[in-house]
Ligand binder design. Structure first.
Ligand code: GDG
Length: 474
């Protein structure tokens, strides 16, 4: 073989997490878009995936080793202490970077101890990479938890090539500059050789921040990717919209067991129009705002009462962070207020599920839905929107999507775009979708994947990213 290097994938979490249940460990699929997207990308690629497994012990390591044997890549856990989880993961990553990068600076808790731990833990991940990597490997680091890791890999003298992909949005300079450690984060990102973003908006924001805060860095516009010059190094800055495996979702959605479950769901709703929302429990996903819009719909269009049902699936997430606990209370209060206001014999307007559905059930809901209501206040991409489109094998569903989701630019011809902060507009869009003639629905949703064979092809996102550093083994 010409090149014996491997792909080393590094993310805060592994695609599987260890959970203690009745005294023993169990392996579960990690929730969230990063795990879904990359697990499918990686399903055929040999290599190593480094990340936190949620727990550690001898028994846990054995389980991971067994899971590695069932995959083409091996799983290498990074151990985090309770304090590191609190200050690095919950603290710096999710109480500072997550809200700031989603344009919500008032939710940030700029605790300086979080920054100290963030640096320490980034060094820890870099050491874990150093331990197992060889110079010919390519190190692919994912997401906002590990923005400084290239700095520590460089300091350790590592020679492997590397790249970084940000799954969440990158904010404009007036938001980013609020970060006390803004220059260090930008320099840390520029320590990678390739830096990738979901959309042009994110890449342009990053470039504006560099120009504003690090004026000595030269930016060269180039096609297809921009370049930054730092001393004698050139860094590629590109846009790589994350994709799902469209064909895999579509072929799973037509399976007989999914079709049977879809019929069962529709029968139980006695022919009501089914509006579907699927999200992690996160304040960026706009769940309370969506519920308020649905309430306006029922108030303004009484003829829809008894005929339209919102099924809202909310996957538990980051429950240790106070803002997330408060969000759950807000959501549950709103659900019960709206159901209290409108429920009548035989009809409950909102069916609320606070749990993880199986992939099979999720697909059946995607197929059963008349309308998918996906209204994040801000979102890097939003894979649920793409999965819903892929599952539209009957071409009868309408997609309503927030203009602030990365997916909006790719799906704008198929979807109704809305501003999730405009509850009246969202209610109106729901009404438009509810009365839309079947031919218009079909014509819209058939425009969902005009470039299906390029952008939504299996592995397209990874192939596009890895083509930049010319990884010959990909
Ligand atoms: C981050 C960025 C970006 C949801 N409920 C269930 C379930 N899910 C799966 C969906 C989807 C994933 O979780 C959610 O992905 P999203 O992309 O919508 O959102 P985040 O978790 O916030 O992901 C995001 C993504 O990274 C990738 O780059 O798109 O912008 O925030 O795949 O299917 N899966 C199952 N049951 C559920 O109940 N099985």
């Amino acid at each position: 073989m010409m090149n014996e290097g491997r792909l080393i994938n590094v993310s805060n979490r592994l695609p599987v997490s260890l959970r203690k249940h009745a005294g023993s460990y169990r392996l579960e699929r990690s929730s969230g878009g990063l795990a879904t997207a990359l697990d499918s990308v990686w399903s055929q690629q040999p290599g190593v995936w480094i990340g936190w497994a949620g727990n550690s012990s001898e028994a846990a390591d054995l389980l991971l080793a067994r899971a590695s044997r069932r995959r083409p890549y091996s799983l290498q856990p990074v151990e985090l202490s309770e304090e590191e989880v609190a200050k690095f993961y919950s603290g710096f990553a999710n109480e500072i970077i997550w809200p700031l990068f989603h344009d919500m600076p008032s939710r940030c808790n700029f605790d300086p101890e979080y920054w100290d731990t963030y640096q320490r833990v980034n060094r820890k991940y870099a050491q874990a990479v150093e331990k197992i990597s060889q110079p010919q490997d390519f190190i692919w680091v994912h997401d906002y938890h590990l923005m400084l890791s290239a700095r520590y890999m460089r300091e350790a003298g590592m020679k492997s090539r590397n790249g970084f992909f940000l799954h969440i949005p990158f904010p404009a300079p007036d938001v980013f500059e609020k970060l006390p450690w803004r220059e260090a984060i930008l320099r840390g990102l520029l320590d990678f050789e390739v830096v990738g973003f979901q959309t042009e908006r994110d890449r342009n924001n990053f470039i504006s921040c560099v120009q504003h805060l690090l004026p000595k860095v030269l930016i060269e516009p180039a096609t297809p990717h921009m370049r930054a010059c730092v001393q004698d190094r050139q860094i590629i800055i590109g846009v790589f919209p994350i994709s799902i495996d469209f064909d895999e979702f579509a072929s799973q959605a037509v399976r007989n067991d999914v079709a049977a479950r879809c019929v069962e769901i529709r029968e139980r709703l006695s022919g009501d129009l089914l509006v579907l929302g699927v999200d992690r429990m996160d304040y960026t996903k706009g769940i309370p705002e969506r519920l308020k819009s649905f309430r306006i719909l029922l108030r303004r269009f009484p003829e829809l009462r008894g005929k339209i049902t919102l099924v809202q699936v909310v996957v538990p997430s980051r429950e240790e962070i106070p803002d997330y606990k408060d969000l759950r209370l807000d959501v549950e209060l709103l659900v019960s207020q709206i159901n209290g206001e409108f429920t009548q014999p035989g009809w409950v307007p909102i069916h609320y599920m606070h749990r993880n559905l199986s992939r099979h059930d999720l697909l059946a809901y995607y197929r059963a839905a008349d309308i998918a209501l996906i209204t994040p206040l801000k979102d890097g991409m939003n894979l649920v929107a793409k999965e819903f489109c892929a599952a539209q094998v009957d071409e009868r569903g309408v997609l309503i999507v927030s203009e602030f989701a990365g997916a909006a630019s790719e799906l704008r011809h198929a979807a109704i775009l809305v501003n999730p902060n405009d509850f009246n507009e969202v209610a109106q869009a729901l009404h438009t979708a509810a009365v839309m003639p079947p031919e218009e629905k079909r014509s819209r949703i058939s425009r969902r994947a005009p470039d299906r064979h390029r952008q939504w092809r299996r592995l397209a996102f990874a192939a596009d990213f890895l083509r930049v550093p010319s990884c010959p083994w990909w």
